[in-house]
Structure formats: C-alpha cells, structure tokens
Design a protein around this ligand. Structure first.
Ligand code: AMP
Length: 187
C-alpha cells in the first residue's frame, strides 16, 4: 500500500499549511516544488538563477526542468511509501511526464482544495512573500486557470479527484481533508 497524493489549489488557498499537516498525518514526505525552487534560489545554484526570473514574474519554470527535479526527488528512499506533491503537476505536460516516469497508475488520489479567486487574492496580498507583487499574483492566478485547472478534469475523468471546500478555519479544513482522503483511500 502506498499513499501518493497530489494537492491542487490556487495560490493562497492555504494549500501549503494543509499539505504540511496532511503529509505529517499520513507519514509521507511533503514535496513542494515551490519550496524546492526557493531553496535553489537561496543557494544561488544554476537552477535557482534560472528559476528566479520566472518565479518573480509569476511565470512557470519549463516542464523539462521540473520533470528532472521531481523525478530525482521521488526516487529518494523516503518517498517509497508514498508522497504528497504540492504545486506539481501544474501543466498537462507535467502529468505526461509523471505517466512516463512512474507508469499509468502514478497517483492514488488528487485533492482539489477549492477557494474562490476573490478570497485567495486577498490572502496572497496579506502574506507578503517576496515574489508576491500584484502583477505576479495576477499572472499566477491567470496561469492556474489556463494551465492547471484543466488538470482537474483530467484527474476527475479518471476518478482520481476529490473536491474539498477550502474556506473555513485551518482545523475545519484539515478535518474535511482527512475525512475525504481516508474514505477515498479506503482507510
Ligand atoms: P508555489 O510555491 O507552488 O506557488 O510556486 C512558486 C513559483 O515556483 C511558481 O509561481 C512558479 O514560478 C514556480 N513553480 C513551482 N512549481 C512549479 C511547477 N510545477 N511548474 C512550473 N513552475 C513551478
């Protein structure tokens, strides 16, 4: 039995916080591609230098670059019992990469943490991260609708998607998540 989870949600949906708690709850590593890229930026690696410009603009890092990073991370021993992917895949190309590298049944469950656009915009402005300029926020939300929202249909059609209402207190949303994930995984 593995627990391989993908969590979707617009930026500012409270996804990061819930992902940390969920990964801890299920005893699997929390793999956030945004965190990995921010680490690379902080370390000043070649990847970091390349990614920084794109991240600051709210644009996406190219699929082939992301594929390499994620493939390497998922091959680590701690990811053997499962993993929770936060922020990946974000494009259909990234889904294809996962199928190529991990096989057709590459995930147990995808969860969409749904918070309306007007609510997330307010939250993102408030959190004040360095790459959260108004223009970058707008660009990220636009790309989410354009590139990432179609993935929800993809997972939905394969009966691998559950929807969670992400509006509410952190504890309420977490409780909802665990209930739905447990039910879907047959725990
Ligand atoms: P996040 O913390 O998930 O909001 O990611 C911050 C930034 O990192 C994004 O705005 C993108 O520039 C980049 N990024 C993170 N994950 C991905 C991904 N799966 N594909 C492309 N770019 C990504």
């Amino acid at each position: 039995m593995t627990t391989r989870l993908i969590v979707f949600g617009r930026q500012g949906a409270g996804k990061g916080t819930q992902c940390v708690r969920l990964a801890d709850h299920y005893g699997i590593p929390h793999i956030s591609t945004g965190d990995m890229l921010r680490e690379a930026v902080a370390e000043g690696t070649e990847l970091g230098l390349r990614a920084k410009v794109l991240m600051d603009a709210g644009d996406l890092v190219p699929d082939d670059v992301m594929e390499g990073i994620v493939d390497e991370r998922l091959a680590k021993p701690d990811a053997e019992p499962g993993w929770l992917l936060d922020g990946y895949p974000r494009t259909l190309g990234q889904v294809e990469a996962m199928r190529r590298n991990l096989g057709e049944a590459f995930v147990d469950l995808a969860v969409n943490l749904d918070v309306p656009v007007d609510v997330v915009t307010g939250r993102m402005v408030a959190r004040g991260r360095a790459d959260d300029t108004e223009e970058a926020i707008r660009r990220r939300l636009e790309l989410y609708e354009e590139q990432t929202a179609p993935l929800l249909s993809w997972f939905g059609q394969r009966e691998r998607l559950v929807e969670i209402d992400g509006v509410g207190t952190e504890d309420d949303v977490f409780e909802r998540l665990v209930k739905v994930v447990d039910a879907a995984l047959g725990a």
